[in-house]
Write a new protein. Structure first.
Length: 166
């Protein structure tokens, strides 16, 4: 069972700041630090973080994604996503097409060039993930991912119900 009361600061720590034991800060800070490592790899390859997020989001998506869906997954506002996709279309990484069931819906999918770039980057991301998890042999990567997915799913349900947790 997850602990619901505040925990004490880490053993041997003199932490007194609120954030040092605040779950949301810890999640955000861990993500920031670990992501920064991979973002360096992206910079070496000449790829921006938003372009990486779009490419990664389209890998394994047989029918592509909507602009709205991509904006949500990539943590971008829809107007920003639209401008990014304009550039990615010009660069030959993605293409727009009408949805087969609803012609009002635009779907985004990878071009062959985009797929090759995406698969190259996914391989680098998987290697980075293995390196990160190897630093924490006491933690099962699958268990950690399952916990995070469960947290996201529960909180998305709460948000859809208007924020009422119960």
């Amino acid at each position: 069972m997850l602990q619901t009361a505040p925990s004490s600061p880490p053993h041997g720590s003199n932490a007194t700041r609120f954030v040092d034991d605040y779950l949301l800060y810890l999640l955000a800070r861990a993500s920031h630090l670990i992501s920064a490592e991979f973002h360096q790899e992206l910079r070496r390859r000449g790829v921006s973080v938003p372009v990486w997020r779009v490419l990664a989001s389209l890998v394994g998506s047989p029918t592509g994604e909507t602009v709205t869906g991509l904006a949500e997954v990539c943590l971008l506002q829809q107007p920003t996503m639209t401008k990014l996709l304009d550039r990615m279309v010009r660069d030959g990484l993605v293409r727009r097409s009408q949805d087969g069931r609803d012609r009002r819906v635009v779907r985004i999918d990878l071009t062959p060039r985009g797929e090759a770039k995406a698969l190259e980057l996914v391989a680098a991301a998987r290697q980075h993930e293995l390196t990160v998890l190897a630093r924490h042999p006491e933690t099962e990567g699958g268990d950690l991912k399952d916990l995070l997915r469960a947290m996201m799913q529960r909180h998305m349900k709460t948000a859809r119900r208007g924020g009422d947790p119960g």
